[in-house]
Write a protein of this length. Structure first.
Length: 195
């Protein structure tokens, strides 16, 4: 269950400034107190605020031959690791980048994120977190739709699913959409090719 409290107070001045106090409680993951001068987005209510994407190296501890150790790259959106929002450790998933030795497949997936190639999944979605053993969506994956325009990239409609069923959008409807400035987004993701 997600609880959202918003208090908006407008004070007259030359620049209209809205005091925004937001408290989001989702398994204790997010608490945000911020003053903003422009529209924002929370949950599935898009606004004008653009997010910042950074990539972060993570490590998944192994447990025997069935659960090998894995280094992978996590997506951090405006300071919040998506792996925490999705609780991927509980799902036994890892980020789609940084762990496979198949660099050609990783490059193809990166091109999906950049809008250079169409989505490989028949549901027209892109895998964000995958099985740490094989990366196959048949084992289950967190996917989303990626929309690329001339100036921005939007991640939306996150779901946990497989390639043989329609995405179930209800579980993660409170996450995203995330809007990124295209040039900054591209520069950050291109770092994957350099690793």
């Amino acid at each position: 269950m997600c609880f959202l409290t918003v208090h908006l107070n407008s004070k007259p001045c030359s620049n209209t400034v809205f005091g925004l106090f937001i408290s989001i409680y989702k398994f204790g993951f997010i608490q945000l107190n911020q003053i903003v001068n422009e529209p924002f987005n929370i949950g599935n209510k898009p606004g004008f605020m653009q997010h910042i994407l950074t990539l972060e190296s993570k490590f998944r501890k192994g447990e025997g031959s069935q659960k090998p150790e894995r280094k992978y790259i996590d997506f951090v959106v405006s300071g919040q690791a998506l792996s925490q929002l999705f609780a991927i450790a509980d799902l036994d998933l890892i980020g789609t980048f940084g762990w496979s030795e198949n660099k050609a497949e990783e490059s193809r997936q990166l091109d999906e994120f950049l809008g250079l190639k169409p989505d490989a999944l028949k549901t027209n979605r892109t895998s964000f977190y995958v099985c740490p053993n094989c990366g196959d969506i048949g084992c289950g994956a967190i996917t989303a739709s990626i929309e690329v325009t001339e100036t921005s990239v939007i991640w939306k409609d996150f779901s946990l699913g497989t390639d043989y069923s329609e995405p179930e959008l209800e579980t993660y409807k409170h996450i995203g959409p995330f809007v990124f400035e295209k040039n900054m987004y591209t520069a950050e993701l291109e770092k994957v090719r350099q690793t």
